[in-house]
Design a protein around this ligand. Structure first.
Ligand code: COA
Length: 165
């Protein structure tokens, strides 16, 4: 993995490229387009945490977490995750989830939830590989799953370190 891998905030300079990011054609019903997610981030500014995934100067993905500080225990979720079609299966999705885990810890959270569309082209195997376990809840047809996040048990067992985005 290149050392230039990082999460970056969405800026006037990178927003166009972020909105042009496309997943594989068969995955398009699994996740909203980045432009749609950014519109949601705009209207849910207090809880949305959108970031682009960059490898060096290349934009390879987009992740948006949801942090709801008003609930106790604090609710933290992966809201969107889009890795560009040509950049999948290179560890970028895992990196994005690990980075969100570090942000969960930084905010004092302990669990990270996600929901996925149950479909042959869906991300279930990816999330299971990272340790997410279904909670048994189906919400609007999507499977809810959760990961316990601790200092020593993020998906790659990484120590908490500050997000650079
Ligand atoms: C799901 C997605 C984010 C995965 O991103 P990625 O960068 O390709 O995943 P990674 O390379 O980090 O893979 C991490 C691990 O999951 C595995 N994995 C990834 N996608 C997989 C799949 N479709 N089936 C089985 N295993 C998969 C990888 O092999 C890897 O395993 P390893 O730990 O043994 O090496 C990407 O395919 C995507 O953007 N899909 C379309 C949108 C989507 O469904 N988003 C999620 C919405 S909640």
């Amino acid at each position: 993995m290149a050392s230039g891998l990082r999460l970056v905030t969405v800026t006037p300079e990178n927003v166009g490229e972020a909105c042009r990011l496309r997943v594989r054609p068969e995955q398009r019903d699994m996740v909203a387009p980045v432009a749609w997610s950014l519109a949601e981030a705009y209207v849910h500014g207090e809880k949305a945490w959108p970031r682009v995934v960059c490898d060096g100067d290349q934009l390879v993905g987009f992740v948006m977490a949801a942090f709801d500080a008003e609930t106790a225990p604090k609710r933290c979720g992966i809201w969107r995750l889009n890795i560009a079609a040509d950049h999948q299966r290179r560890g970028y999705g895992r990196f994005a989830v690990e980075a969100v885990c570090r942000e969960v810890l930084r905010r004092g959270g302990q669990r990270l939830s996600v929901r996925w569309v149950p479909d042959e082209h869906g991300p279930e195997d990816f999330y299971r590989r990272l340790g997410f376990q279904p909670t048994g809840q189906i919400i609007h047809g999507e499977v809810e799953a959760e990961l316990l996040v601790t200092e020593n048990s993020t998906p790659a067992g990484l120590p908490a370190r500050p997000d650079r985005g």
